[in-house]
Design a protein around this ligand. Sequence first.
Ligand code: C5P
Length: 408
Amino acid sequence: MQRLTNKQIILGITGGIAAYKSAELTRLLKTAGADVRVVMTASATEFITPLTLQALSGHPVHQHLLDPESEAGMGHIELAKWADLILIAPASANFIARMASGQGNDLLTTLCLATDAPICLAPAMNQAMWRDTGTQENVARLQQRAISIFGPGSGEQACGDTGPGRMLEPTELARLTANQFSSHSLTGKTVYITAGPTREALDPVRYISNHSSGKMGYALAEAAIEAGARVKLISGPVNLPAPARVDRVSVESAEEMLQASLKDIEQCDIFIAAAAVADYRPTAVAEHKIKKGSEEIMELHLVKNPDIVATVAGLEDKPFTVGFAAETQDVLAYARGKLERKKLDLIIANDVSRSDIGFNSDENAVTVISATEADTLPQASKRQLAVRLIERIAAQYQASLTTSDLTE
Ligand code: C5P
């Protein structure tokens, strides 16, 4: 549970008999080191008193959207920004429906709209309400928006029915919440990450490039920092601010990206190539702007760019090397081919033919492939996915050290 130390968590409580378990959940999150702010809907207060939650969390409970007193303390937007994670337990059928339709008609729904933090829901309701098509459709919509659904469990219900709809136990919810955060698996390690597109100049004003936003590489850099690593982010031109504590080196062309990648490479433990490097560049860069001529067709001569990740993987004392494979067909087969050809330790494959994930999207779904295994991580925000990917990469990196120790 170390992962919860100093994490800022909003615990949302909605109306349901399981709300009494939220008191224990608050205590567990606090004991694990989290700072917990409780937000209750009006119906939640019918089941458990705000005073109980205030005593357990150590902070006044937030209940109203437009309460001048609490807005003066910490306004709703400030609270939404404060959160590292929002956990709603129990989440009633009504709350799930309001959230699925994007409503912001009370404090808790408004916080969910205003936050950038991951949101997790622990549904709790009667088994027939859970099985209802409307509820299932709402849950599916929330999952598409990368909201995590914890449970529900199955068993005897307060109303006497038996079936799915029980809120998971507080210990299980605290464990699942902790898993949303990185463990400090990369403490003391140095990670190099390439990100974004490259620009290959034709003349002083024109270039060849691609649509990479850099979001995945930047999310990985943040997650690696969270995991305790020292991070050098070698970034092509993107519209993203440098994440805090990351050493960003801005480059334009593939050649510059290669040079920045090879600089002090002996210090690098893990190299992650998330950049969309242009495969070719113009054979020569015109000194002056190329003028439009009378000819209808213009020929460009291109030369292959160096393969950065393959160059790094080919070094004698190479770091643990991870590549990406963005494919539009036969995703896994092509990715496996690349893993072998480029001599990578891991490759992360994603299907860029889908418009809802991948390039320029905030979400992604990937398969992590090594020489022996393939493991699919479900669709999630790039930020959540990055945390999970860094955990996988760190685990495989550690395993590779153990293997090389055994063979030495
Ligand atoms: O061969 P392809 O471009 O599909 O391979 C993608 C992987 O190789 C990515 O990890 C990308 O960052 C890396 N790559 C590279 N240098 C290149 C081309 C790709 O590092 N010139």
